[in-house]
Design a protein around this ligand. Structure first.
Ligand code: NAI
Length: 308
């Protein structure tokens, strides 16, 4: 199985790292516009092979899309990340141009590929990719919910003092500080609702920390995070390539689900070899519906900026 990652920066390289040491794909192509950069990242990663014991072949190329031919999955992480104080939404102008041209180049050599969009503002970039390529909706998947859900589980694990892996929790809605919706009502520890252990005040704090989870890291690191984003992309790619049918919150085109259409937003999806196999229409309560509607409005406003 072959995966191309466009953008060999922090997130792209971290994703290649997890894909290779977990043996998710046999071939990884890292492509970047910066001369020699992807080649360097690929060489550095390949020099881990003997000590970590992986067999994935990683190559790096500078803007040579012919080397990406017949990729099963293409991940788009090219673009600029945010700096402290910036919102994801402020990246729209620059990243829209990059994402559109990358998607067009990719399809020249991998017409049947599934595209995973990571560049921010991710929901709008996913919608743009869908419109620019005209691909069926199952083949364009925005990654944000997998990351936000893992951050949600991290903050829950801290509040509960229990391992993240024993906690089930999901974030839906937009991939933005004010648009994501951590579903505290449905979060559970080994099947027991977390509300059995945590007060409403504690749950509200967990949700608030989750929503600014990315900004917290950007403040600490001086640029946006990469380990958890890279691992989250790899988790999604694994479910696609290895047909795992995992339920993952992904940004996908809605056509009537949740009463919405013509936008991409995070909702629970079953992800397998054909990409998005099913969108799960879970019943939201009134407060969640209100938050979802606000998130939809914010994303629609951002999508409108694409036209200007
Ligand atoms: P980075 O700056 O480390 O890497 C981006 C790479 O893209 C650079 O190496 C750059 O040379 C390359 N690039 C730029 N234009 C290109 C083009 N036309 N073709 C090929 N390569 C090109 O940035 P980082 O931290 O890896 O973030 C990448 C993107 O992912 C940002 O937009 C960031 O906001 C987003 N992101 C999204 C997350 C999500 O959950 N959806 C999580 C974390 C980051």
């Amino acid at each position: 199985m072959k995966v191309t990652i466009v953008g060999a920066g922090n997130v792209g390289a971290s994703c290649a790292d997890v894909i290779s040491y977990r043996g998710i794909a046999s071939e990884v192509v890292l492509l970047d516009i910066k001369e020699g950069y992807a080649e360097g990242k690929a060489m550095d990663l390949m020099q881990c092979a003997t000590n970590t014991g992986f067999n994935t072949q990683i190559i790096g190329v500078t803007n040579d899309y012919s080397k990406t031919a017949n990729s099963d999955v293409v991940v788009i992480t090219s673009g600029i990340p945010r700096k402290p104080g910036m919102t994801r939404e402020e990246l729209i102008g620059i990243n829209a141009g990059i994402v559109k041209s990358v998607a067009e180049n990719i399809l020249k050599f991998s017409p049947n590929t599934i595209i995973v969009v990571v560049s921010n503002p991710m929901d709008t970039m996913t919608y743009l990719t869908l419109k620019a390529t005209g691909l069926p909706k199952n083949r364009i998947i925005g990654m944000g919910g997998a990351l936000d859900s893992s951050r949600f589980r991290y903050y829950l694990s801290k509040a509960l003092n229990k391992p993240s892996n024993d906690i089930s929790a999901m974030v839906i809605g937009g991939h933005g500080d004010t648009t994501m919706i951590p579903l505290t009502r449905l979060a559970s520890y080994n099947g027991i609702p977390v509300s059995e252990f945590l007060s409403q005040e504690a749950l509200d704090k967990v949700a608030a920390d989750t929503m600014v989870g990315g900004a917290t890291l950007t403040g600490l690191l001086g640029t946006s995070a990469w380990y958890a984003p890279g691992a989250s992309v790899a988790y999604l790619v694994d479910s696609i390539l290895n047909n795992q049918h995992k339920m993952i919150a992904c940004s996908v085109l809605l056509e009537g689900e949740y009463g919405q259409s013509d936008l991409c937003i995070g909702v629970p999806c079953i992800i397998g070899r054909n990409g998005v196999e099913q969108i799960l229409n879970i019943e939201l309560n009134d407060s969640e519906k209100e938050k979802f509607a606000k998130s939809v409005d914010a994303i629609r406003n951002m999508n409108a900026d694409l036209a200007s």
